[in-house]
Design a protein around this ligand. Structure first.
Ligand SMILES: Cc1cn([C@H]2C[C@H](O)[C@@H](COP(=O)(O)OP(=O)(O)OP(=O)(O)O)O2)c(=O)[nH]c1=O
Length: 202
């Protein structure tokens, strides 16, 4: 399935997962990784609003460089009982995160910001993920693999973190990093998806 776009589309992300997820939309796009300082959550701000604010920061930063393109920024945070878990600072923190998430149900909020010139659309998606009790030796093995280090909450549901999951309620793709169906729908509503069909590779 391939679609053409009416304007160049830029994914403002260095995340290989987001690139793979946006590829599912079948649209052509380029990647522009931003190096945005991610400020901490504000007093009284919900994690969902926080993820949208960070997504907007990323999209605005990229849009300043490519003003003629449609820019998509996104951010994912894991949260549980008032604590927000971003990417762990190292293996020790990854171990702490996973011990805290073990046997409990947490939320994953992914914020998205799409900028097209003067128009900006923001939205968020939250998904509940129930973890099994994770034995210490499984946590140790997973942390040693290095996989948790570049992921919010110190796990990848699409990688080794799959072994921790008992149940998920919501959008799997939003947990991995981009609610691709919502992004496609918004781009379509914004007139970015061309009416003429794209060509599938033979
Ligand atoms: C919960 C979860 C997160 N993640 C990843 C998605 C994101 O890449 C990362 C969350 O960190 P983010 O700060 O949202 O994104 P990033 O720094 O990796 O990329 P960029 O800001 O350039 O877009 O965690 C998974 O891959 N699988 C999961 O199950």
């Amino acid at each position: 399935m391939k679609f053409k776009t009416t304007k160049p589309v830029i994914l403002a992300s260095g995340s290989p997962r987001r690139r793979e997820l946006l590829e599912l939309a079948g649209i052509p796009f380029n990647v522009l990784a931003t190096d945005v300082f991610e400020p901490p959550i504000r007093e009284g701000e919900t994690p969902a609003d926080y993820s949208v604010r960070l997504a907007s920061l990323k999209a605005e930063t990229a849009a300043a460089e490519v003003p003629d393109a449609v820019v998509i920024g996104s951010d994912t945070v894991v949260h549980l009982g008032g604590s927000v878990y971003g990417k762990p600072s190292g293996p020790e923190e990854a171990r702490v995160y996973l011990k805290e998430l073990s046997g409990r149900t947490h939320s994953v909020s992914t914020g998205v910001c799409i900028i097209d010139g003067n128009e900006a659309r923001t939205f968020g998606k939250s998904t509940e993920v129930a973890f099994r009790e994770i034995p210490d030796r499984l946590i140790d093995a997973y942390v040693s693999s290095g996989d948790p280090l570049d992921k919010a909450g110190a796990y990848g549901i699409q990688t080794g973190g799959a072994l921790f999951v008992n149940e998920i309620r919501g959008d799997y793709h939003a947990v991995v990093g981009l609610p691709v169906a919502d992004v496609f729908r918004e781009l379509d509503e914004m007139g970015i998806i061309a009416r003429e069909p794209g060509k599938d590779e033979p």
